[in-house]
Design a protein around this ligand. Structure first.
Ligand code: NAD
Ligand code: TDX
Length: 382
């Protein structure tokens, strides 16, 4: 069994992590972050390698002695339970999800399956492995020193989209904001958050949840806004902006998200939700102009090959997304006060690093822009 934390400690010290969805954008960044900072902790990635999952995202760590990749589905109960027991997993960081709002509009079923049924399967397996055993009763016993801290943690990665849409004058979403999801994606994430909460209240599952704003950075699939804009610029293709482009997102560099999760794992209070945001609200028009300005510097257009002088000439307004949320903003004062969390990257520095990363990884880009991707573009933008 995993080593226990000392009775006085309120801190979790993970010894063996299961990272679901670790071949996706944020999951892969978290794996890199974790192995760099805690190279002695066992890391197992469970990922179904859907269109969004990519083993190449994990290439830099594939030979690390503490890293193991398992190709499988979180809905497969026996597989998950065996992994938890065989690898003596004490900490689950649950990223695996169908995560693209536009895809949830075209086909919501997969979102219900993975985000709701998949999360429930993980919870059931964690309960069986961690709570329904004779030694679990010992772990939760109250001694003269007070309740023993749990050696386990189920950390669920969620999103600000569960809170719905803000008007311009509203304060940012805080942890007590009522849920009002508007897309099938957001509704399925909201349902999964409620299941995690219910397993805590009903069975004592030692859980935490983080609801984060829009991430950007390396390894993000080019169906999402920032890589889509970057790669379309490089191919001199139109930059599709939904509606008037004045929808607002609160952008966070992905490594800052990873640091927030790390803090919650180690110091977060069981049963609590923490909102993580970048305090960085931008309209989509501001985002597109930022990408174009960076590329105008890093990869200037040559007058002999292009009919325009700035990439921003490619900006094209297209039909709006159905049910498009107008504004998201996070009030991150809880994690900032309780866990001393602050994002490090500014929008300017993070965007510079991100665009540079796509320029330096043409092979990665070529591989994710295959037939499936082209099919998606035809379906979504026709
Ligand atoms: P992503 O789509 O890039 O990656 C998802 C990963 O999950 C992929 O590797 C995919 O193969 C895997 N997966 C999907 N279904 C699976 C299944 N049934 N079994 C096992 N693996 C499966 O997503 P992302 O952008 O990295 O987001 C990760 C998590 O963070 C999601 O839960 C998402 O809701 C949340 N989130 C994302 C953002 C963002 O801006 N991207 C912001 C806040 C929260
Ligand atoms: O072609 C596009 N044109 C456009 O104007 C695309 C793909 C997007 N957009 C707009 C829609 C949004 O207002 O850009 C904004 C960002 O879009 P996405 O990158 O698709 O992200 P979003 O819908 O905000 O959701 C993301 O953030 C929250 C993630 O995909 C979710 O997983 C996360 O929960």
């Amino acid at each position: 069994m995993p080593k226990k934390n000392t009775p006085h400690s309120s801190l979790l010290t993970p010894h063996s992590l299961l990272i679901t969805g670790g071949a996706g954008f944020i999951g892969a960044n978290f794996v890199h972050y974790w192995i760099k900072n805690y190279p002695d902790v066992q890391v197992t990635v469970l990922d179904a390698l859907t269109y969004a999952g990519n083993k190449a995202n994990l290439a830099p760590v594939e030979n690390h002695p503490k890293f193991r990749f398992v190709h499988g589905d979180i809905r497969h109960y026996a597989l998950v339970l065996n992994l938890l027991l065989d690898q003596e997993i004490d900490t689950i960081v649950h990223f695996a999800a169908e995560s693209h709002v536009d895809r949830s509009i075209h086909g919501p079923d997969a979102f219900v399956e993975t985000n709701i049924v998949g999360t429930h399967t993980l919870l059931k397996a964690a309960k069986a492995a961690w709570l329904d055993t004779p030694s679990a009763a010992m772990n939760t016993q109250t001694s003269a020193l007070g309740p023993q801290p749990s050696p386990y943690r189920f950390h669920h990665i969620s999103t600000d989209e569960v809170y719905g849409s803000l008007s311009p004058e509203d304060p940012g979403f805080c942890e007590t904001t009522a849920y009002a999801p508007n897309s099938p994606y957001a509704a399925s994430k909201a349902a999964s958050d409620f299941l995690v909460r219910a397993y805590y209240k009903t069975y004592g599952m030692p859980m935490t949840i983080s609801n984060c704003s829009n991430n950007y950075g390396p390894y993000q699939h080019p169906e999402k806004l920032i890589p889509l804009l970057t790669l379309n610029c490089l191919e001199h293709k139109p930059l599709p902006i939904y509606g008037d482009g004045l929808n607002i997102r609160d952008w966070l560099y992905v490594e800052d998200h990873c640091r927030g999760i790390d803090l919650i794992l180690k110091k977060g209070r069981i049963g609590e939700t923490y909102n993580i945001g970048g305090n960085c609200e931008k309209t989509n028009l501001e985002v597109v102009h930022t990408v174009c300005a960076i590329l105008d510097e890093l990869k200037p257009l040559s007058s002999s090959t292009a009919l325009f002088t700035s990439y921003s000439s490619l900006l094209t307004h297209v039909k709006d997304r159905a049910g498009h949320d107008r504004r998201y903003a996070i009030d991150a004062s809880k994690i900032s006060k309780e866990l001393a969390y602050m994002p490090i990257e500014t929008f300017e520095s993070g965007m510079q690093k991100t665009v540079q990363w796509y320029l330096e990884h043409p092979e990665w880009c070529k591989n994710v822009m295959g037939e499936n991707y082209k099919k998606w573009l035809a379906q979504n933008y026709s």
